[in-house]
Design a protein around this ligand. Structure first.
Ligand SMILES: Cc1cc2nc3c(=O)[nH]c(=O)nc-3n(C[C@H](O)[C@H](O)[C@H](O)COP(=O)(O)O)c2cc1C
Length: 228
């Protein structure tokens, strides 16, 4: 068992190191700073500061300091009141969140949700529906990467299904869904044991790798835009 875990940890670490090296090599090729590239992490559990927020924060921490242009911010929706879309825009806490999403510096998203009955949380769904103003009149997220991290109380608790649901929704914003390097093929899949994810090194590795993949795309796209 120990041997197996050690190998899995190695794979997670090796993947993280490989992606970090890729991102760093982009930096080396693009010296001299440039426009800020903001990666927003959105934690969509109704419970503020709990496992989903911690997993998204782990992904953001992994990309901090990769490049002078990269800025990160966690938006924890826990405790906020956000209703789904309706013809009359609801007056709720989304009003304060929208300008952060409309910031032209936003270059990528990391969306975190708990798995609720093998589906995305109602708060995640409401958040995505309320992002409709990011599609019209202009597709503000077009071509920007999105990574997804899902927590669950079971190892196979529907995390990959929920990632798929969120990635599919974000295709409507013309975002580019990204996974991570192995073993985070689809994104971050994190196991919470009694509201604690600190013991799930494999899962935390997938969260970090997802963050690194988003950053990798952000930097590549920033480089391509500058040279165009
Ligand atoms: C209504 C509800 C449904 C849940 N369904 C699942 C599930 O299908 N699979 C799973 O692995 N965990 C399930 N859980 C557990 C949560 O996904 C898990 O505790 C998660 O880490 C909570 O995120 P948070 O700590 O950020 O609130 C469920 C929890 C609740 C409250």
């Amino acid at each position: 068992m120990k041997e197996h875990l050690t190998r899995r940890n190695f794979l997670a670490t090796a993947g993280t190191a490989a992606l970090a090296a890729t991102a760093t090599s982009v930096l080396a090729a693009e010296p001299g700073g440039g426009k800020p590239q903001k990666i927003l992490g959105i934690a969509c559990s109704p419970r503020k500061g709990m496992t989903t927020a911690k997993a998204v924060q782990a992904a953001l921490d992994a990309v901090k300091g990769l490049d002078a242009r990269i800025q990160v911010e966690l938006i924890d929706l826990g405790g906020l009141s956000i209703a789904g879309w309706s013809p009359t825009p609801p007056k709720d806490d989304f009003t304060d969140i929208l300008p952060k999403l409309q910031d032209p510096a936003v270059a990528g998203l990391i969306i975190g949700s708990p798995s609720y009955f093998r589906s995305l949380s109602a708060l995640t769904k409401a958040f995505i529906e309320r992002c409709a103003p990011l599609r019209e009149p202009k597709m503000l997220l077009d071509g920007k990467p999105v990574g997804v991290i899902v927590t669950g109380a079971f190892r196979n608790g529907g995390q990959e299904l929920v990632i798929d649901q969120i990635q599919t929704a974000m295709l409507c914003f013309a975002m580019i869904p990204v996974g991570g390097s192995p073993p985070a093929f689809q994104g971050g899949t994190v196991l919470s044991t009694k509201d604690d994810i600190s013991g799930d090194e494999l899962g935390l590795g997938t969260a970090r790798n997802t963050g690194l993949r988003v950053a990798d795309f952000v930097l590549k796209l920033a480089g391509a835009k500058r040279n165009a």
